[in-house]
Write a protein that binds this ligand. Structure first.
Ligand code: HEC
Ligand code: HEC
Ligand code: HEC
Ligand code: HEC
Ligand code: HEC
Ligand code: HEC
Length: 456
């Protein structure tokens, strides 16, 4: 009689698992189609800028080359949108005659002196501030710059989709797909619960219908479970061993984390974005961290270095704003810089009232370890990003590498010394390659894992 109880359950289970698997598949299939629509979207907008490039080229210039020239020569005084020291330059090719522009850019003062009406008018409009002559620019250079200034303004909407594109190709951590996956998981879990509940219910009803008596949970006479457990020595020993093993595993993991600040990302007194400076505007790392070339430390630039540019950049372009940080926010951060150096934007003069900015130090080795930047950057030729990660993408700086001893040593074991063109190394290299019988020397073979090299 007992067997009856589960007679049909096998068939039911199969049926349920089939429907379960099917329901997951349905989700995956449903998820596929909007995704591919998205892709189509992305492709469309990706084409957008390309087209505008083509247009620009048709009008006689390479906008990309123009952008570079513009940023190095003109950006100090001109913005594409909005006036700064000079007028906004977007679409200037439509406002003015091409020949006039060429003459103006090559030597505006000569044009003004010649009595050209337009030239005199704009010169007076801008309080007779002289724009420097650029005799070094060829006609093609100027065409390139004009092509860049004539490119239509990027529409914010487009920017968003392009961002989505980056997130999609960035893989792994993209917001959309994790949300979708989490949603699906939650749904699946919910369905599992419902299914279990239903299975339980039907089985009970089925049992009742076929007259099977379900065992009623009854209080078992005799010892409670924990008592029999305590009395079973083998089980007690086994559990203790497992507990000790698991415990020490976690304790070890915790201790290895002590003093390791990977990912440390403090809030700085001024929100300084490496993404905007080193990424979007391609300012060289060593322009600001100039001492990394010659000394042990890289150092943080003094505020005077900032003012080289920020005397004329008091606000960011509209297109710099992101969803997370608005233009007002960024402009406010530049205002903090002005407060710190005592710069009066209205009168374009220093007030003399300064208050130092206290940057929070992020990377910090213990005092007993010696690390030298110029040795790695200049002599070793290692890119900053190898150790500091994708700095040009960091909105807020964080510590990318663990900075543990194992991290230093691993790289020294794996990296070959760059000896080409380094006379000092030639002899050492010759001797050591013979000694080790290898073509290329790793840093370790050259002595890079001797304790005294890093510890004093
Ligand atoms: C030192 C500041 C400064 C730099 C650098 C500078 N300009 Fe100018 N520019 C001005 C000023 C100021 C004016 C307004 C006229 C005047 O006062 O001479 C102007 C006017 C112009 C105009 C006329 C705009 C109009 O609306 O008619 C053009 C075009 C122009 N600049 C192009 C350039 C280009 C291209 C570069 C880079 C190769 C450049 N400028 C670099 C300060 C500068
Ligand atoms: C316009 C100037 C500027 C440029 C260009 C720049 N930085 Fe910085 N960097 C700063 C300032 C200011 C700080 C301090 C504020 C902060 O931590 O964000 C800093 C901080 C850092 C730190 C953290 C220092 C610490 O406290 O441990 C690292 C690492 C760094 N920069 C690397 C780079 C690299 C790599 C590049 C090139 C890709 C670069 N920087 C380009 C100005 C600059
Ligand atoms: C080589 C030129 C240059 C130097 C040097 C420079 N900046 Fe900038 N800065 C820029 C440009 C360009 C922008 C972006 C303007 C835009 O997007 O329209 C900017 C934007 C900013 C912003 C607003 C965006 C953000 O990052 O939050 C702040 C704040 C700022 N800079 C602070 C600093 C500080 C502090 C220093 C010195 C450590 C510095 N800048 C050095 C060129 C420079
Ligand atoms: C081989 C790895 C490595 C490379 C390459 C490297 N750094 Fe560093 N960086 C470090 C370490 C390690 C520290 C922590 C040093 C300390 O605390 O003494 C550090 C610290 C810094 C700091 C904090 C201030 C200081 O000087 O201690 C800045 C800024 C910095 N690095 C910028 C740069 C820049 C810019 C480059 C490229 C020109 C660069 N780093 C290349 C490993 C590296
Ligand atoms: C990305 C790889 C890399 C990392 C990470 C790295 N190094 Fe190096 N290190 C090198 C290279 C390459 C050289 C050889 C440079 C040269 O040509 O002299 C070197 C050389 C050295 C030297 C000189 C060795 C000698 O024989 O003279 C010292 C000291 C040193 N590193 C310390 C450190 C410390 C401390 C750390 C960790 C905080 C570290 N390095 C992390 C690549 C690395
Ligand atoms: C390439 C550079 C380098 C070499 C070679 C090196 N160390 Fe270290 N060592 C470090 C750094 C960097 C730290 C700091 C790690 C941290 O803060 O987590 C460190 C930390 C230590 C510590 C403190 C414990 C710890 O892990 O924080 C001891 C002890 C130590 N080293 C011993 C040695 C001995 C012994 C040798 C020779 C066999 C040696 N080191 C060789 C870079 C080096």
């Amino acid at each position: 009689m007992k067997k009856v109880k589960y007679r049909h359950s096998a068939a039911r289970l199969v049926l349920l698992s089939v429907s379960f698997i099917f329901s997951i598949n349905a989700h995956v299939i449903a998820q596929d189609s909007p995704l591919s629509e998205n892709e189509a979207d992305v492709q469309e907008t990706v084409q957008g800028p390309e087209e505008s490039n083509v247009e620009a080229e048709a009008s006689g210039g390479d906008a990309a080359a123009g952008k570079e020239l513009f940023n190095t020569l003109c950006a100090a005084c001109h913005k594409l949108d909005g006036n700064s020291i000079g007028p906004a330059l977007r679409g200037v090719g439509e406002r003015r005659d091409s020949e006039w522009l060429h003459e103006w850019i090559k030597n505006s003062q000569a044009l003004i002196a010649s009595g050209d009406e337009q030239a005199v008018a704009i010169f007076n409009e801008y309080n007779q501030v002289a724009m420097p002559p650029f005799p070094q620019l060829s006609d093609t250079d100027i065409d390139n710059i004009l092509a860049y200034t004539n490119a239509p303004k990027a529409v914010p909407q487009e920017k968003q989709v392009v961002g989505g594109d980056a997130a999609a190709t960035g893989g792994g951590g993209s917001g959309v797909s994790t949300d979708v996956i989490l949603g699906i998981l939650a749904l699946v879990l919910l369905m599992l619960l419902v299914i279990l509940f239903l299975v339980n219910k039907t089985l009970r009803r089925f049992a009742a219908a076929s007259g099977v008596e379900l065992p009623v949970r009854e209080k078992r006479a005799g010892k409670p479970i924990w008592k029999s457990f305590v009395e079973n020595q083998f089980l007690v020993i086994l559990t203790s061993v497992i507990l000790v093993l698991v415990g020490s595993y976690f304790a070890y993991g915790y201790l290895m984390q002590v003093g390791v600040d990977q990912g440390y990302q403090p809030i700085q007194p001024i929100h300084f974005s490496h993404r905007i400076h080193a990424g979007d505007n391609q300012i060289e790392c060593k322009f600001c961290h100039s001492s990394s070339r010659v000394s042990k430390t890289s150092g943080i630039p003094s505020l005077n270095v900032c003012m080289n540019c920020h005397k004329s950049i008091s606000e960011v372009a509209e297109s710099t704003a992101t969803e997370e940080y608005s233009k007002e926010f960024y402009d406010g951060e530049i205002a903090k810089l002005y407060d710190a150096v005592g710069w009066d934007v209205q009168n374009q003069a220093y007030t003399g009232e300064t208050e130092p900015v206290k940057w929070v130090r992020i990377h910090n080795l213990p005092d007993f370890a010696y690390f030298n930047h110029s040795q790695h950057v200049e002599v070793g030729g290692i890119a900053c990003q190898t150790c500091h990660g994708p700095v040009q993408e960091m909105e807020i700086m964080y510590q990318n590498a663990p900075l543990t001893m194992g991290w230093c040593i691993n790289c020294h074991r794996e990296t070959n010394v760059r000896t080409a063109g380094n006379e000092y190394y030639e002899k050492v290299h010759e001797e050591l390659t013979k000694k080790y019988g290898v073509e290329e020397l790793t840093v370790a073979e050259m002595g890079g894992i001797e304790c005294m090299k890093c510890h004093y």
